[in-house]
Ligand binder design. Structure first.
Ligand code: RFL
Ligand code: PHB
Length: 391
């Protein structure tokens, strides 16, 4: 099998890249280790920033986004029993975020790619990439029990944090940066109308909580829990009680409860590998970097990477130019580090360290006062949350 661009991984990064390349007339093949149903149902991100909205619209992958997405002009922040709004309309004019589940983005992109005849091979596991240093890289993969080869001009590793692409690069040629946080999130889906209008981020004496949503009848909520927590130790009543405590404000607001339909524990980690290129293999999305979900940046970064890469690969295909390809890693990493910083900042401002001191409590509250006072700190938060332009 032969193609111009061999893409490993049909998450949002791989699927959007395939869509953009196909529309630009660049031939590609997408290999995905899981089956279609698994990929379409995997619960992940919820919030898309302005540049992601723009990218999905430009790629003609916006039908469900525009008809089902819940657009928001702000977020709510709670601490010390008081509620504050970060008003994007005033602080970052013209920029919004939309709550639109990753499952729907992935479903729409799969349908569009298949309808266009883009080869998306499910249950096709890439085993290794060979010859990335030369002009003819090959992806060795297993499909329907057979070993196969995909010969390419370029390989793009969009295979997520646990994929094989990153491991292809010799250790001596990369530098990695990482941080593990001493807490995780317990995430739930519940059949109940959201009790908030905007996304709600809460700092409390018991740690962080987040109220998000999936529709007008389904809520998505998260609680900070210690690493190693077993979701089985948290029955529904205990989860709702703890969420109610962490969101509590003075006044008559209350958290509505409903049946919990899914429960999982999510670790928190920051990670970056540099550079995001090895010869003719590029890394994009979670394969190259991950962020703790507090800043809602992971999927947005994945989209920004592939927008930059699609442009570069299209230019190469059209006239052989390598300027954009050569700039890919540096262009993306500038934006990646901005998002890494923002995600770390949001995480450490809202979460409680296991051995947190009263002094650190006061520092967090002081930071939150600054963020919600409407001045430059609020403007910076709005700017980062709604997302930087794609370079
Ligand atoms: P993905 O989505 O992990 O897709 C990688 C794909 O590669 C496949 N694969 C392979 N295929 C073939 N051969 C192999 N050897 C392979 N190895 C792996 C996998 O099966 C998979 O299909 O990476 P991608 O495309 O880079 O997308 C990244 C996003 O999924 C991720 O950053 C976000 O979900 C992060 N995230 C959020 N991002 C946001 O922008 N906004 C949010 O609100 C947000 N909330 C979240 C999140 C992530 C969360 N979790 C569960 C980590 C909330 C949560 C709870
Ligand atoms: C979500 O809706 O899943 C979500 C929203 C905002 C975040 C993280 C997750 O920061």
């Amino acid at each position: 099998m032969r193609t111009t661009v061999g893409i490993i991984g049909a998450g949002p990064a791989g699927l959007l890249l395939a869509r953009m390349l196909h529309r630009a007339g660049v031939d590609c093949v997408l290999l995905e280790s899981r089956d279609r149903a698994y990929v379409e149902e995997r619960q992940r991100a919820g919030t898309l920033e302005q540049s992601t909205i723009d990218a999905l619209r430009a790629a003609g992958a916006h039908e469900r986004l525009d008809s089902e997405g819940m657009f928001h002009d702000g977020i709510e922040i709670r601490f010390a029993r008081r509620s504050h709004r970060i008003d994007f309309a005033a602080l970052a004019p013209g920029r919004q975020v939309v709550i639109h589940p990753q499952t729907k983005v992935v479903q729409e992109l799969i349908a569009l790619n298949l309808a266009d005849g883009v080869p998306v091979l499910f249950e096709a596991r890439a085993d290794r990439v060979e010859g990335a240093e030369g002009d003819h890289p090959v992806i060795r993969f297993t499909h329907e029990g057979r070993q196969r080869a995909l010969h390419c001009d370029f390989v793009v590793g969009c295979d997520g944090f646990h994929g094989i692409s990153r491991r292809t690069v010799p250790d001596a040629l990369t530098r990695t940066f990482s941080r593990r946080y001493p807490y995780s999130w317990l995430g739930i889906l519940a059949d109940v109308a959201p009790s908030c209008t905007d996304l709600l981020y809460a700092h409390s004496p018991n740690g962080f909580a987040l109220h998000s949503m999936r529709s007008s009848t389904v809520s998505r909520l998260y609680l900070q829990v210690p690493n190693g927590t077993d979701p089985g130790d948290w029955d529904d009543e205990r989860i709702w009680d703890e969420l109610s405590f962490r969101f509590a404000v003075d006044g008559d607001w209350k958290l509505d409860r409903g049946p919990i339909t899914a429960k999982s524990v999510i670790p928190m980690q920051s990670f970056v590998t540099e550079p995001m290129r090895h010869g003719r293999m590029f890394l994009a999305g979670d394969a190259a970097h991950i962020v703790p979900p507090t800043g809602a940046k992971g999927l947005n970064l994945a989209v920004a990477d592939v927008v930059v890469l699609a442009r570069a690969l299209t230019a190469w295909t059209e006239d052989g130019s390598t300027e954009l390809i050569d700039a890919y890693s540096d262009t993306c990493l500038r934006r990646v580090w901005q998002a890494e910083h923002f995600s770390w900042f949001m995480t450490t401002t809202f979460h409680r360290e296991p051995d947190q001191t009263p002094f650190e409590d006061r520092l967090q509250l002081t930071q939150l006062e600054r963020l919600t006072a409407g001045g430059p700190a609020a403007a910076e938060l709005a700017d980062n949350y709604t997302g930087l332009p794609i370079g």
